[in-house]
Design a protein around this ligand. Sequence first.
Ligand code: CUA
Length: 326
Amino acid sequence: STLRFSALVLTTLVLGACDGRQSALHPAGRGAEDIAELFWWMCIGGMLIWVAVLALAYYVTKARPEAHSETSARWLILGGGVAFPIVVLTILLMYGLAMMPGLRSAADADLRIAVAGEQWWWRVRYQPEGSEAIELANEIRLPVGSKVVFELSSPDVIHSFWIPSLGGKMDMIPGRVNELVLEPTRTGVFRGVCAEYCGSSHALMEFEAVVMPVEEFDAWLAAQAQPAQPPRTENGRKGEAAFERNGCGACHSIRGTDADGMLGPDLTHVGSRLSLAAGTLGVDVADFERWIAQTHRIKPDAHMPAFDMLPEAELRNMAHYLSELK
Ligand code: CUA
């Protein structure tokens, strides 16, 4: 069974490396490139030390033990066991230290995005110059080739913000703002995760990082700045009324309507997002309906109450309304 377990672990590791959406070794950002390079040098350096020490140990203990004196054995141990690792590790350390200022510098940033980790979703805030702040959830869009500074915080417990394809991770600590600099170098959709255990639904706390051509990003941001469009269908209009009647606006904001709650995610353009409930569901009508009715079956301990007491038609209409918020 040890063999079977090892095979399972190995298969998981090998297959796990296949998904380019979340791979630190398939970099799509400046920081991730540095980290991947550092990883390979550390790997090669570690292997060199390992092979050299094994070879020396073998030579000293097995190969003609009568051939060398005590003095030469001592030099072999000092050289192979102390001097050689010190030299190699010092080189690797200097190499790693020299890389760090570049990963940290927030000077001359093109864009600043505030992200708060909350149990168990991501509050994302853009502050375009000369206009109102735009808030959304569980989705971060970035212009390719730009230097982006993330202002990371948390209102509840410690979370950790990590987009492996773009760079290193950074803790989000209540009561302070940590800055993380990322510079995406190619377009694509990458997976972001919470990398610090933060409660029962920690594993259901994901987001999408979408790296776009600059013009597309500008158009997207301009569209996000618009208030919500009124619902287009009969179901959508009934859904909007149900949304108001059930007090959803006490926790959620929809710009352009009376809903201005700050506790939960802003829903102004929720229908245009790539996922619902922090990467747990899609954004079809059926997904919205499932989320509203079965909140805790989908995400244990989520702070939003489930609304399974509502009639099915009302749930369906609200789902229509939300999915029309594009
Ligand atoms: Cu948030 Cu783990």
